[in-house]
Design a protein around this ligand. Structure first.
Ligand SMILES: [Zn+2]
Length: 748
């Protein structure tokens, strides 16, 4: 079933005003509802009708679109399932007055109970397992429940009389004696509609005959597939009938369209639009389930559509509605949800198959597919709570919640497909549709789950706990950074919107875009805040969460400290390291680190300074650090950014050549003299002129400072004791009077 969103909005608005005008009553209702709801509460079930198995109904009805009245007889074939079977119950509204119940020509006593049940006392106790039958004659003015279970209304601007039925979910008993719970399909039915000859009657299955009888015509429809009570339907109006054959690869299907005089759409147009959708669904999910009968549409005056088996009742013929109701012939009609709590097995699939038509290039194609997915995500995440599983099957509006049963149900399937992959998903669904225990019968959620688990080898307990029974959705935060060697670090956080789920399990795709290439990485976190690293071969310029919209989730992307600038420049006296941030999150500050060419090849960085950060800030900030003691030659700088929570990340690396005034080429031996060199225990250091405040540093090959000495007195020569220094190559740097000398020293 699908109803227009405007109707839903009206209902929501009405609820809201009722809530405002009568808060006390509303609160009482909420309390009552919440007390009644238990965990995994199943649909209300009529235990009295469980004692027999319905095999067949012959329904003979006299109706007119001009008069709100139904009269007739329903003959039911049934098989008793329990011993002592001397009475039989049917669901039938008290507005329907039973005139007689005949059992093999004998009138039975019966009573109509206030619980909308008909209790028939049989003349004898019937044996278990033996097919038997009785006929109920009745008539009355049907009530209207649910979405208008029995309607008589003028259509086409009030010029054409019409009647139709729409029993889902609890309205079959409003107009015929049935067994309307979702546990027993009638194996087959015959429907005889007697109506004034000015009108035509349409129902499930194949039209066997139309017979004029006085002023009336009797339309005999026959359906030879199992059918639940809510899908039995009739409609009568001044229809024009368009019959055709739908050609499909591998066969054809008879098509019949019953259209109002004002339909504005021809049967040919409808069939032309339907044909590629039908072909797609056949390709994906197997043959149309009722090929040997027909598919068709009957126009009705309700704002939406209803997937009555082999004849969808349609308020219009949009691409979306055609696709939705046709999809139900597989999902809803061939396999029917086994309880109203499992309605997503009908509506989630029908909604998802709407989307699949776009995905496969129909009805607007790829761009609609993208926006369709986004609109479903937006709708589901517009509220923090709610599960696909229907937690209150007494509420018709909850059963048919477009946000939960339709859209979240569709996204649940989409996420299963993402998790399992196309091959497993589609094969699992086909296995479900072809399961002899389910096909043309009922299914509940665990049975679909079992098929998907069997085909994929994956255990889906956690998935269904999160996404089917659990409420809400996750909001992901992607925190990322990339270092100078393009190593990517990603930390994934999620915040569930509802307390019923502590952590949503689903693989998370994130696309990292560079200037000329991109890469989508799929993370499968098992804990909140899990960190992932990946070596990329490009610099990331932007990040996109779930670019193909697989997840029912919200997201935000955070580069914890966004550096917009980092540079190092030599001003003749110092290297000026400058950087700027656009935003900062939890930023304690920056360590300034340096490595000289003498540090190569080992990656040894020396921390030379510290700058406090802004904490968390959306305001651009500018920083500068002067390195007044650079090494002669190339100097490399980077920032080690530290969060208050202890996490760290590194900036890219920038380099600058410090052109010191008297820079000595290593080994040239001019200016600074070392002797003996190589040496064992000590070395004499001599520089060109006696200067005050000379400072000497000794670096190892990794760029580590091993020794530092200062002399205030004016000297020109000094002996260094090398002490515990290991053997190897060292750089000796002497700074004095604004000049720097350097020489290489070898210790044996
Ligand atoms: Zn539907």
């Amino acid at each position: 079933m699908k109803y227009w969103i405007t109707i839903l909005l009206t209902a929501v608005a009405m609820n809201a005003s009722a809530q405002l005008t009568d808060t006390v009553e509303w609160e009482k209702l909420v309390q009552f509802e919440s007390e009644r709801k238990g965990p995994h509460l199943s649909a209300p079930k009529n235990l009295n009708t469980l004692h027999y198995d319905v095999k067949y109904h012959r329904m003979e009805w006299e109706v007119s679109p001009l008069v709100r009245y139904i009269g007739g007889a329903v003959t039911t074939y049934f098989v008793p399932q329990t011993t002592g079977f001397n009475q039989i119950y049917f669901d039938l509204h008290t507005a329907m007055a039973v005139s007689a119940v005949q059992y093999h020509g004998t009138s039975c006593t019966f009573s109509q109970l206030p619980s909308s049940e008909l209790l028939v006392t049989l003349p004898a106790t019937l044996p278990v397992g033996v097919l038997d039958s009785l006929t109920i004659s009745y008539g009355g003015v049907p009530p209207t429940t649910g979405f208008g279970s029995y309607a008589t209304q003028n259509v086409c601007s009030n010029t054409v009389p019409a009647m139709w039925t729409l029993s889902e979910p609890y309205g079959a008993r409003d107009w015929w004696p049935c067994k309307q719970d979702l546990n027993d399909k009638a194996d087959s039915i015959d429907i005889y509609i007697t109506t004034p000859s000015a009108y035509k009657g349409v129902a499930n299955g194949v039209l066997m005959s139309q017979t004029v009888s006085g002023a009336n015509t009797i339309y005999h429809w026959r359906h030879r597939h199992p059918i639940p009570a809510y899908l039995v339907a009739i409609a009568v109006s001044d229809y024009s009938v368009h019959s055709a054959t739908l050609s499909l690869s591998g066969g054809s299907i008879p098509m019949v369209n019953y259209l109002y005089p004002c339909s504005g759409t021809s049967g040919t147009t409808i069939n032309n639009n339907l044909q590629p959708i039908m072909q797609l669904f056949i390709n994906l999910f197997g043959n149309y389930p009722f090929t040997n009968e027909k598919y068709g549409h009957a126009q009705f005056g309700w704002g939406g559509g209803m997937e009555h088996t082999t004849v969808s009742f349609m308020g219009g013929f949009s691409h979306l509605l055609l696709a939705h109701e046709l999809a139900h012939q597989w999902f809803g009609d061939k396999i029917t949800c086994g309880s109203w709590a499992d309605i997503w097995l009908n509506e989630g699939f029908a909604t998802y198959l709407e989307g699949m038509t776009y995905e496969n290039g129909l009805g607007g194609g790829a761009s609609v597919w993208a926006s369709w997915k986004q609109s479903k995500i937006n709708n589901v995440t517009s509220l923090a709570s709610g599960s696909v599983w229907v937690d209150d099957t007494t509420s018709v509006s909850r059963i048919f919640s477009s946000r939960l049963s339709y859209d979240k149900g569709a996204l649940l399937l989409h996420m299963l497909r993402w998790k399992l992959g196309d091959t497993n998903f589609f094969q699992g669904v086909r296995n479900y549709l072809n399961d002899l225990a389910l096909a043309y019968g009922y299914a509940k959620t665990p049975q679909l789950k079992a098929h998907l688990e069997a085909v994929s080898g994956q255990n889906l307990d956690e998935f269904f706990a999160d996404w089917y029974y659990g409420q809400g959705y996750p909001t992901y935060t992607v925190q990322w950074s990339q270092n100078g060697s393009q190593m990517l670090t990603v930390q994934l956080f999620q915040t569930p919107s509802h307390a019923s789920v502590s952590f949503f399990n689903i693989p998370v795709p994130v696309r990292f875009n560079g200037a000329s290439k991109n890469r989508t990485l799929v993370f499968d976190p098992t804990t909140n805040g899990q960190t992932f690293t990946e070596q990329l071969d490009f610099t990331v310029t932007s990040v996109e969460f779930d670019p193909d919209r697989w997840l029912c989730a919200k997201s935000s992307i955070v580069l914890p400290v966004e550096l917009t600038e980092l540079s190092a420049s030599w001003d003749g006296k110092a290297v000026q390291v400058k950087w700027a941030t656009a935003t900062e999150t939890d930023n304690r500050g920056f360590e300034i680190q340096r490595m000289s060419e003498y540090g190569a090849p080992a990656n040894n960085w020396e921390t030379i300074g510290w700058k406090d950060g802004q904490g968390t800030s959306q305001t651009p900030a500018y920083y500068q650090w002067p390195d007044e003691r650079p090494m002669p030659g190339m100097n490399y700088y980077r920032l080690r950014q530290l969060d208050f929570d202890g996490s760290e990340e590194f900036s890219m690396v920038v380099s600058v050549e410090a052109r010191l005034p008297t820079r000595q080429v290593p080994g040239a031996g001019r200016g600074l003299k070392l002797f003996p060199n190589p040496t064992r225990q000590e070395v004499w250091v001599e520089w060109p002129a006696a200067v005050e405040n000379a400072e000497l540093e000794l670096y190892d090959v990794h760029g580590r400072l091993m020794l530092r000495q200062r002399w205030q007195e004016p000297l020109q020569r000094r002996q260094l004791l090398l002490g515990e220094l290991p053997g190897g190559v060292y750089a000796v740097v002497l700074r004095a009077g604004g000049q720097v000398w350097m020489e290489r020293l070898v210790r044996r």
